[in-house]
Design a protein around this ligand. Structure first.
Ligand code: SD4
Length: 340
């Protein structure tokens, strides 16, 4: 490939900007170093992650497995009928059907399982775990995923699509443009839940109904390993929420983990991932994407492309919600992360 001088200079400038940013991030790490490092540690997306974290830490403290902690923590969010973006309470696609995406990753053995465009199953995270543990595959989609979940004895739920579609259609305007003053967390999003166990093992899970009004069959970042979630037992884990298309074109969660592997603090790794995407993407920081991360040392962090992203952090001694730093000035989408 012949590279013009302009292209070469442009790329070199980008590379310099990138490495300068990493150096800047490394020096910022000194400030972040002071954060407590209590383990087990659980970090998840959005304030609705807190009750999920609480359920997950309880399982760990009772001697349960790290995967049980991930799965049963996420059950809490999937069971919340008031949640419009995770589980069967999630807003339907353009055909009036709620299609669910989920994945799970286990650090030890680097195992992963996913389901996408899954209909009528109460706990997609459990279907993902079964894919990981009981098949030789990583990802099952659509009707195949549903039949597999049914064969595994997972709870199925009858859904009246026409009714759901009508309700969705009537409220569409309100859902697309909720009041600016409203609680943004209600419009969001995906739960990505990361666990660092006391023995240093790491696991994570992710579950969502995806973007409301999406085309039938659309799969977002959440069930894609390396995009909505990534775990490396030697380094750490990361998860994403926001507009999946802006995450999956860059393997966002994988990138966060790779920055941590290069030595960045989890928070700086999240920030640098968004900066890097924004440097390259025609949308700049208008991405509506957010990441959470934790590392093997028990450090954690999060970042959003715009302000408004909050995340839940839980240890044995404390559980709470924190605000994530933002890269750009834009809010997390006028309608939350589900902005088309
Ligand atoms: C998706 N990232 O399907 C998910 C859902 C989400 O804001 O987090 N929406 O694109």
């Amino acid at each position: 490939m012949v590279m013009t001088r302009r292209k070469f200079v442009g790329r070199a400038a980008l590379a310099v900007a990138g490495s300068a940013a990493i150096q800047q991030a490394r020096s910022a790490e000194a400030i972040l170093e002071d954060k407590p490092r209590e383990i087990p540690l659980i970090v998840s997306t959005w304030p609705f992650g807190q009750p999920a974290n609480d359920a997950a830490i309880k399982i760990l403290l009772q001697g349960g497995s790290i995967l049980d902690a991930v799965e049963q923590g996420i059950w809490v969010t999937e069971s919340d009928a008031g949640n419009r973006s995770v589980g069967l309470g999630g807003l339907p696609n353009a055909a009036g059907v709620t299609q669910l995406d989920a994945c799970i990753m286990s650090g030890p053995g680097h195992q992963a399982g996913s389901v996408a465009a899954l209909e009528g199953i109460r706990h997609p995270i459990s279907a993902a775990r079964r894919v990981m543990e009981k098949t030789k595959h990583v990802l099952l989609v659509g009707e195949g995923a549903r039949i597999f979940a049914l064969e595994e004895g997972l709870e199925s739920v009858e859904i009246n699509s026409a009714e759901r579609y009508e309700a969705w259609r009537k409220n569409r305007a309100a859902q697309i443009r909720p009041k600016e003053t409203g609680d943004k967390s209600k419009n969001h999003d995906t739960i990505a839940l990361l666990v660092l166990a006391a023995n240093g093992d790491i696991a994570g899970g992710c579950s969502t109904s995806g973007l409301s009004g999406k085309l039938p069959g659309r799969v977002g970042d959440s069930p894609i390993i390396g995009s909505g979630l990534y775990v490396d037992n030697a380094v750490g884990a990361a998860g994403a929420t926001g507009i999946g298309e802006n995450v999956m074109r860059y393997c966002g969660s994988f990138l966060v983990v790779e920055y941590m592997r290069q030595g960045l603090h989890p928070q700086e790794a999240c920030l640098e991932t968004i900066r890097r995407i924004a440097r390259q993407d025609p949308k700049g920081t208008d991405l509506s994407i957010n990441f959470v991360a934790l590392d093997k040392k028990g450090r954690y962090g999060a970042a959003g492309s715009g302000p408004g992203f909050r995340f839940a952090v839980t240890t044995k001694s404390a559980s709470g919600v924190q605000a994530a730093p933002a890269v750009g000035k834009l809010v997390v989408g006028p309608a939350g992360g589900n902005r088309p």
